[in-house]
Design a binder for this molecule. Sequence first.
Ligand SMILES: *Cc1c(COP(=O)(O)O)cnc(C)c1O
Length: 234
Amino acid sequence: MTSNLTIQERYQHIHDRVARAAGKAGRSASDVTLVAVSKTFPASDIARHHGFGQMDFGENKIQELTLKQESLSNSHIRWHYIGHLQRNKAKFLTSRVHLFHALDSVRLARELNKRLAMDDQTLDCLLQVNVSGEDSKFGVDPEHVDRVLTGIAGFDRLRVQGLMTLAAPAADPELVRGQFALLREVAARHDDHMQPPHNGGPLLSMGMSSDFEVAIEEGATHIRIGSLLFGERT
Ligand SMILES: *Cc1c(COP(=O)(O)O)cnc(C)c1O
């Protein structure tokens, strides 16, 4: 359907869809940050999208992130780390990202905090919540968010700005609307434990290629779009 469009037209088309979904919810498109998920695609694809004005890119492997950052070191790209992070890799992340979307345990938070203190740095992050209840997904169960946020509260190098989730795969995005709404409700319930930027509400990173419009309608501040921008991953 979109295959005859140029890459730039495809990029513009997604922005139009973001604006329409935001408008439908009475929100402004500027309240939604599009994170272009470039995992598995080469740095040249990132450079091309950056040339269209795209600023935010998401990666989910430390080594891949590192290589791409090195080859694009002259850019002003904001890098987002969206994948599960093993504790033994914490030291590689700390100085590298604008926003870490996948904080998912007190133990990882402790390790990151220790590394950040050694380097005299801070890190903005989102707590990943498993709203779909699938065993295969990382993330804190909604009923444990309070305990985990309390456990993290003393780690002064980490600023938890909001929550992140992945909805279950669904043929119809309407089927996962409730999962996005749940993330928003969990965030509202615990907003006194979070430190969003410039006095806004907690950040909500939710919605991907297949379901981002519903996520925007439910309050997403960050959508993470891969295949729709870059093509299918092999
Ligand atoms: C790969 C990935 C995405 C993007 O998925 P698409 O369906 O290609 O848009 C978003 N979020 C996370 C955490 C991912 O790993």
